[in-house]
Ligand binder design. Structure first.
Ligand code: IYR
Length: 220
């Protein structure tokens, strides 16, 4: 198949503006916090759809776009997810977690109780395609599927924050109950569950800090 290229649509900005925009974006992202205390206030489906569309603009291996975003507002599905997640989390906190893991989580104050899975108006379960199905039913390889979906999830978290919503990245482990409850096909694997909504009035977050730039970046 020949390559078909089209002109790039790109706005070249003066470098001072590039710096100002980089600074503004950092300021905005620095205000993003993982929230565990959600308001039940509804969020329109259109908002979620636009943020998912932004996530779908992420780069992906061979442009295979191996992501699926299952957005759940249905209270009975949320209830089922909560019950299954809390069962796994009880096993995690009571048996599976190592002492070191427990100690690492202690400052966050998390436990097996996950009321936000029902309270928040939306759960977005992100899946990656471990392989694809060709039109003839044969299996198609996927390249860098998890990596690509990780990047798309970053876009999604940023888009939701930018829109004015709070998120929680939740990874109940193991997550096998998610494809089962959501009826996903056998080529999809759960990647992360995002809890999305407005924070509850008076919500608090752990007093954590971000590593400074010289600790996370090396310029050569
Ligand atoms: N999945 C558990 C435990 C947990 C693990 C990590 I790593 C966190 O950053 C936070 C929690 C839970 O959701 O409670």
């Amino acid at each position: 198949m020949p390559h078909q290229h089209v002109p790039l649509s790109f706005e070249r900005r003066p470098v001072e503006q590039v710096l100002a925009r980089a600074d503004e974006f950092h300021q905005e992202m620095s205000r993003r916090r993982t929230v565990r205390d959600f308001s039940p206030d509804p969020v329109p489906r259109e908002v979620i759809a636009r943020c998912i569309a932004a996530a779908g603009c992420a780069p992906s291996g061979a442009n295979q776009q191996p992501w699926r975003f299952i957005a759940v507002a249905d209270p009975s599905i949320k209830r089922t997810i909560r019950a299954a997640a809390e069962e796994e989390e009880r096993a995690f906190y009571e048996h599976r977690a190592t002492d070191a893991w427990r100690a690492a989580l202690a400052p966050l104050g998390t436990d097996a109780s996950k009321p936000f899975l029902e309270t928040a108006p939306w759960l977005i379960v992100v899946f990656y395609e471990a392989f694809g199905y060709a039109p003839d039913g044969g299996r198609e390889k996927r390249y860098y599927a998890m990596d690509s979906v990780g990047i798309a999830t970053g876009f999604l978290v940023a888009a939701l924050h930018h829109a004015g919503l709070a998120t929680l990245t939740h990874t109940p482990s193991p997550m096998a109950f998610l494809p089962r409850i959501l009826g996903r096909p056998d080529n999809e694997r759960p990647f992360v569950l995002l809890v999305v909504g407005f924070p509850a009035d008076g919500a608090t977050v752990p007093a954590i800090t971000r590593k400074p730039i010289d600790e996370i970046a090396v310029f050569l």
